[in-house]
Design a binder for this molecule. Structure first.
Ligand SMILES: [Zn+2]
Length: 260
């Protein structure tokens, strides 16, 4: 099983990385994709991935951090890609929920990252909140890129899911799905995600699955099986079948090979 969304920069996971990795593997999760939200984190996750064969990484700039993306950023990221190829460009995308960066700043950073993905033939690792139509409009202009990209931490309803699936996007599901009070829409839409488009992630240390007892304080890649259990239940397949298929999906999407 591979956790395709971990915020490893958080001290809770990073302070004792060996412990994080040991606990993760002990839970049957044998790899993780560490995601970057700005260039500093990009450097960090790249370094960690070079040192650990259970870690893969993205490179990019989250829409919240888009205000930090400047004239030099694209060149810096292309230099990093040449040092070690990331599995995807991101997190990138659009978030009009809180607008920590203005929509103009977000479009600028997003467009440049789309150019990087095209230039280096990499998938986009997408984040979208309250920006569904703007995201669709952008992706519609790049149908081939959309087909090989992923919307991470999908929390939308069935209509937005269908729009994304029509573009050929893969869909990342987090522990958000374990909370029927928070997101009945998501629980209703998960059964409609084709098995070959599904990926599993914790988004640790955030989004703790609410079905874990006793309740831990923070999320951890070792809790990915709780997400898998809930998704398997909603899809009506065994956890084993789901795991095999989501492993294959991660390998195909990110061009990686997982060990057993
Ligand atoms: Zn995100």
């Amino acid at each position: 099983m591979i956790d395709i969304g971990v915020n490893i920069n958080h001290p809770f996971l990073l302070d004792d990385l060996n412990k994080t990795l040991t606990e993760m593997k002990g839970a049957g999760v044998n790899g993780m994709v560490c995601i970057a939200s700005d260039l500093k984190e990009s450097k960090l996750v790249q370094t960690l991935a070079l040192q650990n064969n259970a870690i893969w990484h993205t490179l990019g700039c989250h829409p919240h951090q888009a205000k930090t993306w400047n004239k030099e950023s694209k060149q810096l990221v292309s230099m990093m890609i040449k040092e070690s190829k990331p599995v995807a460009i991101g997190e990138t995308g659009l978030d009009f929920n809180r607008n920590y960066s203005t929509p103009e700043e977000q479009f600028y950073a997003f467009d440049q990252q789309i150019e990087l993905a095209l230039e280096f033939d990499l998938p986009l690792y997408l984040h979208e909140r309250d920006a569904h139509n703007a995201m669709l409009e952008r992706l519609n202009a790049y149908p081939q890129l959309a087909q090989k990209s992923i919307v991470h931490c999908f929390t939308g309803d069935q209509a937005s899911l269908e729009n994304y699936l029509a573009l050929g996007l893969s869909i990342g599901i987090t522990g958000w799905v374990c909370d029927e009070r928070r997101d009945a829409d998501l629980q209703a839409s998960v059964p409609h995600i084709p098995l070959d488009k599904l990926l599993l992630e914790t988004d640790a240390p955030y989004l703790l699955p609410r079905n874990i007892r006793p309740r831990p304080k923070k999320n951890h890649p070792k809790y990915l099986p709780w997400v898998a259990m809930e998704v398997a239940r909603l899809k009506g397949v065994s956890v084993d079948e789901l795991t095999k298929q989501t492993n294959r999906n991660a390998e195909a999407l990110f061009g990686i090979t997982l060990s057993d």
